[in-house]
Design a binder for this molecule. Structure first.
Ligand SMILES: *[C@@H]1O[C@H](CO)[C@@H](O)[C@H](O)[C@H]1NC(C)=O
Ligand SMILES: *[C@@H]1O[C@H](CO)[C@@H](O)[C@H](O)[C@H]1NC(C)=O
Ligand SMILES: *[C@@H]1O[C@H](CO)[C@@H](O)[C@H](O)[C@H]1NC(C)=O
Length: 283
């Protein structure tokens, strides 16, 4: 385990990996949006624009929407690898890609919700996260007792969450999960696109975000697991991990690992680094 100040810097966001439990219901606002939608920050407001630019739900309407019960960000991280850049402000993550294969179906379905994702995160303060997510089970975005993928954006302390409609995928499918900085305004605002590049219908644009995304995660997160057979078996390999910073540099990507020992699942570092890195989840 490589713990240090970077770990401490990141932990206020994540909390500790908790034991598996059903996600708590918090008062949140959730937006299920069509693929290609733009979540645009306009001053203190967010505007949700559908792919043709029509405003779907401006901020004033948020409170009138019925919140969907949501997942808790502070618990349920079963095993994860994390990295936080020493430079927390100016040189943000410009590209972060990971490839993995959809695991075999779990042997049992007991209402569990299991997530796999790579993400970019803000280091300090709010739990703000941009993430392409593979899920088994029913999440606030939808889904069922099958594998599906969607792109997520949680911000403002996770008070607001946006996601594309989950697209069904199958065990054995190879997923290319990409997060890209597409433009920036003088280091004060950022446009990102998140998608599974080989799964149509999973594109989400996050525009004019002011948070500096300088931390990254590769994570297994779960809720409502009642037995080991609610997970897949074998291993899941996060591979071809690629990262670039805004200044074009290849970061010195050294993962820290946190495992929830009680579940007997671990994340193993096969290869550090931002050019073809590799991590393995062992069930
Ligand atoms: C962020 O959350 C706070 C409450 O924690 C709320 O007062 C504020 O309006 C929210 N901002 C946006 C942009 O939703
Ligand atoms: C983000 O993209 C929009 C166009 O979709 C553009 O108007 C805006 O200036 C861009 N913002 C940044 C920070 O690059
Ligand atoms: C991530 O994938 C995108 C789309 O394939 C590609 O344009 C980009 O160069 C990749 N990033 C890195 C750091 O390899």
């Amino acid at each position: 385990m490589r713990l240090g100040f970077l770990t401490l810097a990141l932990f206020p966001i994540l909390g500790l990996a908790g034991s598996v439990s059903p996600g708590g219901v918090q008062s949140k606002t959730s937006y299920l949006v069509p693929s290609g939608s733009r979540i645009t920050h306009v001053g203190d407001e967010i505007h949700v624009l559908d792919p043709d630019g029509t405003t779907v739900h401006p901020t004033p309407q948020i409170s009138s929407r019925t919140p969907i019960s949501s997942r808790q960000e502070e618990s349920g991280y079963i095993a994860f690898a994390f990295w936080a850049s020493p430079d927390q402000t100016s040189n943000v993550i410009a590209s972060f890609n990971t490839t993995w294969t959809v695991p075999p179906d779990p042997e049992t379905s007991n209402g569990q919700l299991v997530y796999y994702f790579n993400s970019i995160n803000q280091q300090a303060g709010a739990s703000t996260i941009i993430q392409p997510v593979l899920q088994w089970g029913v999440s606030p975005a939808g889904g069922g007792d099958y594998w599906s993928v969607a792109s997520w954006y949680l911000f403002n302390g996770s008070e607001i969450e946006c996601f594309t409609t989950p697209v069904r995928v199958n065990a054995g499918d190879v997923l290319h999960a990409n997060i890209e900085l597409t433009s920036t305004t003088a280091g004060t605002a950022y446009n990102y696109t998140v998608e599974f590049s080989n799964v149509p219908g999973t594109t989400l644009h996050v525009e004019n975000a002011v948070e500096a995304y300088t931390a990254a995660l590769e994570t297994l997160e779960a809720y409502g697991v009642t037995s080991a057979s609610d997970y897949p078996t074998g291993t899941t390999v996060f591979e071809d991990i690629q990262m670039r910073m805004q200044d074009g540099s290849v970061p010195s990507l050294m993962w820290g690992i946190q495992n929830d020992e009680a579940d007997g699942i671990s994340m193993v570092i096969d290869k550090d680094g931002a050019e073809g890195g590799r991590l393995t989840l062992v069930y």
